[in-house]
Structures are given as structure tokens and as C-alpha cells.
Design a protein around this ligand. Structure first.
Ligand code: NI
Length: 136
């Protein structure tokens, strides 16, 4: 299939699509397909790299979420308590009326850290989440 294209159909929350369109317009992308290709390449690179890590690591989870989503703050805190073994400390910054930034310092079993990330990013209202990890 060299040079060919595959067409896919995906389902998205309308808010996510609207925000994506705003961002790609500001970034100068001519169409969604090109922007989604770039996003997918970034995603693949990030996961391929971090997916190779085994054993123990140290790093940080950087997360932005909307604290106005009902119960979200409580659920995020509960989850962090369940993973206290890999969390060193959490810094909370109130960004504006609605958004909070949390920087969670992590260390320990990489599988456990990834499990924490999956739990957090699965919550509605979590707008962005990045994991930076280095092997120890
Ligand atoms: Ni806050």
C-alpha cells in the first residue's frame, strides 16, 4: 500500500473536535487529516519510547483538568491514594476559574506508573496529561 491512503471513521466528543480544529487552525494546518497524522506520529513516538522502559523509573505526570466536573477532584485524589507507592508528591496549581494543573512526581515500578496514568487519563474532565519518565 505504498503511497496509498486508508480512510477511517472515528467517534469524538464535539468539544474535543472543536478544540482540535481551533488548535490546528492556529498552528497553520490546512486540513484535519494532516493534523491528525502529525498527532498520531507524536503519539506513536511517545508510546514506543516509553513502552520500552522496564523495571523502575522516575519522572512526572503533568495533568490539566477542569475541577468543575462533578466529583472529578475527589476521584483523582482517590486514585492517587491508591497509587501512593509510586507517588512522591503532588503539586496543585489553580490556573484559572475552571482549570487546575497537577504535577505528580512519580518513582518506582514503571508498570505501576503507567497503570496510574491510564486511570487518570480515563477520567472525563482531564484535558491533558503528559508522562515524562526516565529509567533508573
Ligand atoms: Ni485548583
Amino acid at each position: 500500500m505504498d503511497g496509498g491512503v486508508s480512510r477511517i471513521s472515528i467517534s469524538l466528543p464535539p468539544d474535543l473536535l472543536r478544540e482540535f480544529d481551533e488548535v490546528i487552525r492556529a498552528a497553520g494546518y490546512e486540513d484535519r487529516s494532516k493534523a491528525i497524522q502529525a498527532a498520531m506520529r507524536g503519539f506513536i513516538a511517545e508510546h514506543k519510547w516509553s513502552g520500552k522502559l522496564r523495571g523502575t523509573g522516575v519522572g512526572a505526570i503533568v495533568m490539566v483538568y477542569d475541577h468543575r466536573v462533578r466529583g472529578l477532584q475527589q476521584r483523582l485524589t482517590d486514585k492517587q491514594h491508591r497509587f501512593e507507592e509510586v507517588i512522591g508528591s503532588t503539586m496543585h496549581i489553580h490556573l484559572d476559574r475552571g482549570n487546575c494543573l497537577e504535577i505528580i512526581a512519580v518513582r518506582g515500578d514503571v508498570e505501576e506508573i503507567r497503570a496510574l496514568v491510564r486511570e487518570l487519563e480515563g477520567e472525563r474532565g482531564v484535558k491533558q496529561l503528559r508522562l515524562s519518565l526516565v529509567q533508573t
